[in-house]
Design a protein around this ligand. Sequence first.
Ligand SMILES: [Zn+2]
Length: 207
Amino acid sequence: MTYPDYQADLAYLEQYRDDGDENVRLLEPLLAFRLSRAYRRSERLRGFLRIESAGRTRDAQQYLYDGYKRGDAGFNLAANPDRIIGSRGGFTFRGSWHMAQEDGYVYAVDLTRKPYSLSWDDAHDDLRASGLHTTVPGEPWHHQASTIKGPLPGPFPDGTTTEDEMTPELEEKLEGLATWVFNGTTMILKRLDELEQQLATTKGDDE
Ligand SMILES: [Zn+2]
């Protein structure tokens, strides 16, 4: 489900990459449409907001996960690429929102404030106006245009716009989101438990 200016929007977004190696070419069409629209309409976003993480291939996710599992230096908590996030209309989302799904697209983008003179509140005002929403509590940088429940409120390439107000439909979408966040949190807590046990064991074996 792409749209006529999709490739042009991807090319436009490349100038807003933070380090220049962020792979914006993987962004799903609605996310690319809304993010490029947000930049075009907001001078302060163009001036002070950069794309920090646009997405990674499944292989890259596997690499991060393997390194994390082995406990290699420099590897942080990374999601198992096979873990199921949720499904929508027969399509199953796996691994991480930042991992390319089986349709080849990434469904989340992490943004960063450079050089930090922009508040997240101001950034969020401009981003939400174009249909980009924070979807993970405690991560003001993480944005999506859609979730496992479908598109979040905002403009579409065909010119239609959904109202940004709480409708029963949106409530249902957010409920699904809460479930996903809960599952993610449960995974992390379980992992923390494991680490705690490992530490206890190591201490016992140690000098
Ligand atoms: Zn993120």
